[in-house]
Design a protein around this ligand. Structure first.
Ligand code: C5P
Length: 402
């Protein structure tokens, strides 16, 4: 079974070209590789083939309409957009390519493409003149520039009797290319614990000390580790991020709870990634009742929280430890000091308090250090940078001399 596709959620968009007959075979082959497939058609595609063909092959309804009153029980389009781990439009006609390049959402498929954060791949299929047309080419350039993957087209004889570029790739080629979108399983079978989000330290039943961590980076790291083949446990502070698929999640609130949960589960893991923004201090006393504003001054006494990362890295036979360092200045220097002080195997440092990286942002840039080396990962989405970080962790974890 092709590792990269096993268990993956593939949304196949089928548009109205004669190559649709190959898409039916594509669904069959994807399912053979262990992928779960949902198919969405455009209205033009239904002129070539009925949704029933795809429903039978995929085992799920294959809708074409955005507003379908009969599909009450079917997945709604936002759920479907979230469900997808990759979207492949095959065949992709010149018309749908044009719609996608302009960000139109005038049917179910284009709406899904806009609403999903999953990688999008297109398998163009059209007459060679239509493919060569500058309008199509400039649409393709635009889409490529936005990171859309182009699978083909191939050169050869066409249904219209002409010959040239514009043939859709064969189903087995599309399956191969799609599998390539999923990262190499560099942590295959490795058990990973990730902490994420802020810890909240209660003062009384309605107030707490918190911080601005959103959990985005830690959740992206957990998802990337899972995609790299790891068995992942995510111990998360309060965060509104959607839970990564196939990741065991445990919710905690305070640093003490996070510490307790991590220490309980750490003996069964090989890698620990501490991405949580753990409060350094907690109130000495948690008032049972809401504190009233009786006094002009109120003194809050704080005590140190346990350092989860330092405690894990001190364990004899402990896991490979990766820490994060959020700094507002002299990032590299502070991170390297922390690497030694906490005795960890790797530290990922980012600058906080500026736009484009750090807390709440969708993007990040990281400077990664390990004993005797380091690398800079330039600014990109937290999802992408998480995948790069996991790849580095995979490499370092396997180094015999570490
Ligand atoms: O010491 P500092 O908080 O700057 O270190 C940051 C790193 O240590 C992060 O990886 C964070 O998740 C971890 N940490 C921890 N427990 C604490 C404080 C920080 O695990 N109490």
């Amino acid at each position: 079974m092709m590792k990269g596709l096993s268990g993956r959620h593939i949304l196949l968009g089928v548009t109205g070209g004669i190559a649709v007959y190959k898409s039916a075979e594509l669904v069959r082959q994807l399912r053979e590789k262990g992928a779960e497939v949902r198919v969405v058609l455009t209205r033009a595609a239904t002129q070539f083939v009925t949704p029933l063909t795809f429903q039978s092959l995929s085992g799920h309804p294959a809708p074409a309409e955005l507003f379908d009153s009969t599909a009450e029980s079917a997945m709604r389009h936002i759920e479907l957009a979230r469900w997808a781990e990759a979207i492949l439009v095959a065949p992709a006609t010149a018309h749908t390519i044009a719609r996608l390049s302009h960000g139109l959402a005038d049917d179910l498929l284009t709406t899904l493409c806009l609403a999903s954060s999953a990688p999008l791949a297109l398998a163009p299929a059209m007459n060679q003149q239509m493919w060569c047309n500058l309008a199509t080419q400039s649409n393709i350039d635009q889409l490529r520039g936005r990171g859309v993957h182009l699978f083909g087209p191939a050169e050869g004889d066409q249904a219209c009797g002409e010959s040239g570029l514009g043939r859709m790739l064969e189903p087995e080629q599309l399956v191969q290319r799609l599998a390539g979108l999923f990262s190499e399983p560099c942590l295959d079978g490795v058990r990973v614990v990730v902490t994420a989000g802020p810890t909240l330290e209660d003062i009384d039943p309605v107030r707490y000390l918190g911080n601005r961590s959103s959990g985005k980076m830690g959740y992206a790291v957990a998802a990337a580790a899972e995609q790299a083949g790891a068995e992942v446990l995510l111990v998360s502070g309060v965060s509104s991020q959607p839970r990564p698929k196939r990741v065991e999640c445990i919710d905690v609130r305070s640093a003490v709870e996070m510490h307790e949960m991590v220490m309980r589960r750490i003996p069964q893991c090989e890698i620990f990634i501490a991405a949580a923004a753990v409060a350094d201090y907690r109130p000495v006393r948690q008032c049972k009742q809401k504190i009233k504003k009786e006094f002009f001054h109120l003194r809050l006494e704080l005590e140190r929280n346990p350092d989860i990362l330092a405690d894990v890295s001190r364990l004899a036979d402990g896991p490979f430890c990766v820490g994060f360092a959020a700094e507002t200045e002299r990032v590299a220097e502070h991170a390297q000091t922390k690497l030694v002080a906490k005795g960890v195997d790797m530290i990922a440092a980012n600058r906080v308090g500026q736009s484009g990286s750090g807390f709440e942002s969708n993007e990040n840039e990281l400077e990664i250090f390990w004993p005797g080396g380091g690398v800079k990962l330039p600014q990109t989405s937290k999802k992408k940078i998480a995948r790069q970080l996991i790849e580095l962790i995979g490499q370092r974890y396997k180094q015999p001399e570490r």
